[in-house]
Ligand binder design. Sequence first.
Ligand SMILES: Cc1cc2nc3c(=O)[nH]c(=O)nc-3n(C[C@H](O)[C@H](O)[C@H](O)COP(=O)(O)OP(=O)(O)OC[C@H]3O[C@@H](n4cnc5c(N)ncnc54)[C@H](O)[C@@H]3O)c2cc1C
Ligand code: SF4
Length: 339
Amino acid sequence: MNRFSYARPDSVADAVRAVAGNPAAKFIAGGTNLVDLMKYNVERPTQLVDTARLPGLKEITETAESGLRIGALVTNTAAAYDARVQERYPLLSSTILAGATPQLRNAATTGGNLLQRTRCYYFYDSSTPCNKREPGSGCPAKTGQNRILGILGTSDQCIATHPSDMCVALAALEAVVKVSGPNGERDIPFAEFHRLPGSTPEKDTNLGHDEVVLAVELPESRFPTHYTYLKVRDRLSYAFALVSAAVGLEMDGDTVSEARIALGGVAHKPWRVPEAEAMLRGKTADRAVFQAVAERMLEGAVGYQHNAFKTNLAKRVIVRALSQAAAGTPQSQTDKRIQ
Ligand SMILES: Cc1cc2nc3c(=O)[nH]c(=O)nc-3n(C[C@H](O)[C@H](O)[C@H](O)COP(=O)(O)OP(=O)(O)OC[C@H]3O[C@@H](n4cnc5c(N)ncnc54)[C@H](O)[C@@H]3O)c2cc1C
Ligand code: SF4
């Protein structure tokens, strides 16, 4: 590991100033991803600016719009088991509890979860080329080990996926990311927070280097009864998604009145297709409609040697998740026993 200095400022302004003044500085929260990356020599910050003492970032509070504001330092455990989250946004709770382990969730934070980096093997191995780690060096994953990588929105530069479970629900719930930087505060709609790789795969998000995440805001209660997070992975626990789907429905009897679907494990960002969601509105919830929606969501998918299976898998995951959500029988229910 390289040498670095460490600061623990007491105000957001000081934290932003510290990072803005050094292109090689980084914020750190729970450290569960960043410290690993430093050990692998993938991230080489010369200064770490700890967010732990920043005021007001550890709370979950009500918003004026009847939503919830989840501070960037709220741990994944605290968010998942918050009674208001469980009652009003059980989809979010389900996704968080489908990720990592209880120990990791106790340390991992809301802000850090948004900014965790891809799990592409080549990205973590600094002895191999990787356009995301070292722009212009190449992408061995396209012809190499790509089982866990993307099939939608990829580019010839990078086919990585965003690994978060929580972010899949935040996309479906249309959260807003509140950030602060040298020019003050701004809001980033969740759909615009993460980027596709394009020709700049080194950039995962539209957050500036000198901007700190303050919180994630959720709109008014969404999909409290008809929701599902379905995560398919190589092991039942302690594994990232091969494909996942977060589904929220509003039902009027057997008819879908509103729908949100986001996919994880398939793209550089949680994948939504608003036109596919619109296909559900006003329709009776049945398998034929769900299959048509799944086909639309996977339009344009391109598989590689070891991950082509993901296209059909994703379609089946969507159909099953929609069926479960419509029936009001979520698979990944919040399990109070795992606390
Ligand atoms: C073995 C293992 C298994 C895992 N399994 C899963 C899984 O199944 N599903 C899943 O979703 N996740 C999984 N994770 C990832 C885990 O959820 C993330 O490591 C965690 O959420 C990161 O949060 P953190 O607070 O520790 O972030 P850190 O490691 O502290 O930081 C991560 C990044 O966020 C930046 N950052 C942190 N806070 C802020 C802020 N407020 N403003 C701006 N930048 C900030 C840092 O600069 C850094 O770039 C796993 C991790 C491990 C180690
Ligand atoms: S897929 Fe992206 S992260 Fe993986 S090797 Fe290629 S450029 Fe690097």
